[in-house]
Ligand binder design. Structure first.
Ligand code: FE2
Ligand code: FE2
Length: 285
């Protein structure tokens, strides 16, 4: 089995135990420049982050004992630590959301049931292939948040800081699950087939779950008919700002047999971490 990593330990992630003291009363309008529909879109992602990140942790941890490279082992420990912290902070975020959006906990239970089913009834390689696919998603969204200042400009500072922190750390650890995959599965055609199938399935299932949940959140919040907010949503997702549009090419790169997350070298954003941490400390002081 080919266990050589293409970018051995390009970045060693660091677990950071941060708090954000989110103002719960701003949960539905924390991003006024982007409008209520784009805000609800990010809130819908948040609903599934704690259970999704738990799933990522479990699927990487299931292979940890097979990893011999000490640097990758260290990176896995840091990855688990980072995802655990993200889950904890998004739980606080979700507490505020669940209090005003009763459909949100129902959506969380549905997705939890599906992820538990994947863990219980499919081979652990499939859970890891779903994890590396969804980690690619999060890395792409993180890149949009870090690349395009207008995505977060003018948002309520505590919420903005939470998403910036998450984007920075998703970038920092974007190759850890993938390197685990390569180390245990190799780069042969069989591994490629499972990885490509995992991304196809993850894409279809993810949007098939997220879109109806997003619409249900909007319906309960009475925002479905807000045409001005839909125009802003278009600008932010597919239009000029385009958090989804600007990532399309990188999304498809995943299907190249020799793909690696650091082929998209955006480590320059990680230089912002120290300045970000100093700001964040002031914010929650
Ligand atoms: Fe995360
Ligand atoms: Fe992640």
């Amino acid at each position: 089995m080919n266990t050589a990593l293409k970018y051995p330990s390009a970045i060693l992630p660091i677990r950071r135990d941060l708090k954000f003291n989110l103002p719960a009363d701003r949960i539905s309008d924390w991003h006024q420049p982007a409008g209520p529909i784009f805000t609800a879109f990010l809130n819908t992602f948040s609903i599934v982050l704690p259970i999704g990140e738990r799933f990522f942790i479990d699927s990487v941890r299931a292979y940890r004992d097979q990893i011999t490279d000490p640097e990758l082992k260290r990176a896995i420990t840091a990855f688990i630590g980072q995802e655990a912290m993200h889950g904890r902070e998004h739980e606080e975020y979700n507490n505020a959301l669940f209090a005003v959006t009763p459909v949100a906990p129902k959506f969380e239970r549905l997705v939890k049931g599906i992820l538990d089913g994947v863990t219980r009834y499919t081979p652990k390689s499939f859970a890891l292939s779903a994890t590396i696919a969804l980690e690619h998603f999060t890395a792409l969204l993180a890149d949009s948040v870090l690349r395009e200042p207008r995505v977060s400009e003018g948002a309520e500072p505590h919420y903005r800081a939470l998403w910036m922190w998450h984007a920075l750390e998703e970038t920092e650890h974007k190759a850890v699950a993938f390197d685990t995959w390569t180390a245990v599965m190799g780069r042969g055609p069989g591994a490629y087939a499972i990885r490509a199938f995992g991304m196809t399935a993850a894409t279809v299932i993810f949007w098939a779950l997220v879109i109806p949940a997003f619409l249900a959140v909007l319906r309960t919040e009475g925002k479905l008919a807000d045409t001005k907010a839909w125009r802003k949503f278009y600008t932010f997702t597919l239009g000029d700002i385009g958090v989804l549009r600007i990532q399309l090419r990188d999304y498809f790169d995943y299907f190249r047999p020799d793909f690696h997350p650091w082929d998209h070298d955006n480590r320059e954003f990680l230089l912002q971490i120290d300045a970000f941490l100093a700001e964040q400390e002031k914010l929650v002081a």
